[in-house]
Design a protein around this ligand. Sequence first.
Ligand SMILES: CC(C)(COP(=O)(O)OP(=O)(O)OC[C@H]1O[C@@H](n2cnc3c(N)ncnc32)[C@H](O)[C@@H]1OP(=O)(O)O)[C@@H](O)C(=O)NCCC(=O)NCCS
Length: 158
Amino acid sequence: MSAVLDDQAVPRLAFRPMRLEDVLEVAQLERDSYRFPWSEGILRDCVRVGYCCRVVEIEHALVGYGIVSVGAGEAHLLNLCVRAAYRTRGIGRRLLEHMFEQARVEGAKELFLEVRPSNTAAIRLYQAMGFASVGLRRGYYQAENGREDAIVMRLDLR
Ligand SMILES: CC(C)(COP(=O)(O)OP(=O)(O)OC[C@H]1O[C@@H](n2cnc3c(N)ncnc32)[C@H](O)[C@@H]1OP(=O)(O)O)[C@@H](O)C(=O)NCCC(=O)NCCS
């Protein structure tokens, strides 16, 4: 990674649509970030079916991505990820805000997501951005020892 990240400064972020050519790199980031990563095929399908797939770059280096599906006024945040070396610097927050805007442009009035109860960093981020827990999906996720529940969270985008 050649991107410069000054500890003192808010990094200059550039957002753009994810392209099929990005999928290999995104899949690598996915594998680096999750115990049960999405495959290249799933990521490619997300781009192909027209989900809102965005990447965030610092000086042309890909440092994160977000994927949202929108339909019937409802949006679902399917993925949100920041490269490990760039975390806890406000990029996740700004990427999420960017995804809100994209979802609004596509007509969404509310945004839902699922998150593992063990994913404290993500839960804190979502709470800080105004999401509220609205339910639990039992055994939703694959886990090391069987299955893990998902917390369902919702944000009003209006
Ligand atoms: C979740 C994730 C996207 C957050 O990205 P990030 O760039 O580190 O987040 P930010 O720096 O914008 O943090 C925003 C807020 O999130 C919370 N947060 C982020 N990382 C945290 C951590 N390690 N511990 C506790 N809270 C954390 C804080 O409330 C923080 O606000 P603050 O800086 O005012 O304290 C990132 O950790 C990640 O990519 N994780 C792996 C993939 C993943 O689990 N995605 C979510 C799937 S549901």
